[in-house]
Design a protein around this ligand. Sequence first.
Ligand SMILES: [Zn+2]
Length: 439
Amino acid sequence: MSKSSATLALERRRDELTPHIVQLSPHAWLSVAEDVSNVGMIVGKDGIILIDTGMIPDCAHRTLEKFREIAPAGTLPIKAIIYTHGHGDHTGGSPVFCAGADRPEIWARDNFGAEAAPFEHAGLMPLFKARGAMQGGFQLPPDMRICNGIAPIRYPRAGGAVFSGKTGAVMPDHFFSGDSTSLTIAGVELWLFATPGETDDALSVWFPEEKVLFCGDNLYRSFPNVYPVRGTGKRDIPIWCQSLRLMESLEADVLAPGHTDPFQGRELVHEVLTRYRESLEYVQERTIEGMNAGKTPDELAAEIRLPGNLARLDYLKEYYGNVAWTVRNIFNQYVGWFDGNPLHLYSDFTPREEALHILAMAGGTGSLYRKAKTALEQKDAPWAARLAEHLLVLNPDKKEFLLLRAEALEALAETMLTATGRNFTLSTAQKLREKAQKK
Ligand SMILES: [Zn+2]
């Protein structure tokens, strides 16, 4: 089977995500793609400051080794670590950086961990972790994962614990509240700005003397991840756009994201921040318009696409965030689950009953199975997957049906650029195959 354009694009992205160090300015560096997240370093007169830590201890060791070639350990201890937000892929490497004699201050916003907190409160961490592992594709063989859209493939030992910054990380001991604060560490003046966006606890680190802005996950080389398929609470687009405006106003020469390569050059940085914000505003505005026109999330998700001038930009392609999921999320945030179709107000019409009707129309199980097979042969993977679902609702353990749905989902995944959706789909197919094997 020849590779789809989505697969080829993810392979190209994977090749960009090889570990490398980028010098951002005379005293700032960024370790890109060594770990799941980037790690920044600013070298001051008597110490260094790290921005985020990556996630995986082995990767953190390698990052530290590379940084120590630039900033020797004996003379330049780690004075501070700043967490841009509470996701575990930015905090999990911290024990490695805190293991020596250095006693770094660890800075974060005072609402650090805000995204995971409601899940923890509600007792939903098992679901959060299970879906997180599926979107990360942790159980998939490496050739199936390709890359994570904005991050290279790494296998955390505690699979699935990516999204709670409290797992295996050294907790922050210095917090700031309000809009901003200024610090002087190792003789370096830094500003921390509250920039809620991808997460509510997000901050940006501004190094004014060399005009470098570390923006965490409020921007990376992909359409923004307004809705991760593992599930999330509100990711508010107007607030995210406000933060992007604040970031624009700093007129940075270098923009260092939490994932993927930095952007260098004042004009480019300005352009990228502007286009990024415009992409979010566009999707928000089109969705609100459509909602007021009485359209359903299904209709809007199928209809809304970025305009050509934004869609052609590589840093706005849907490697990680996805426009259709964003549309659905906007609808859901404002209106909740009811999409306006009155049939969905009646929970007693179950998938089983629908399947029985479909089966009768198709002329029985054998005929429905053949139709699904034909759809698959004709490259109509979504329809094949849907028909296989009907067959499985009525016969949840039948090997042929499990394998048919797995095959249809794999064909569907091949067409998906957004890595997390692709991983989730392939992980579901893998579970079906495992179940079929036991039959
Ligand atoms: Zn991240």
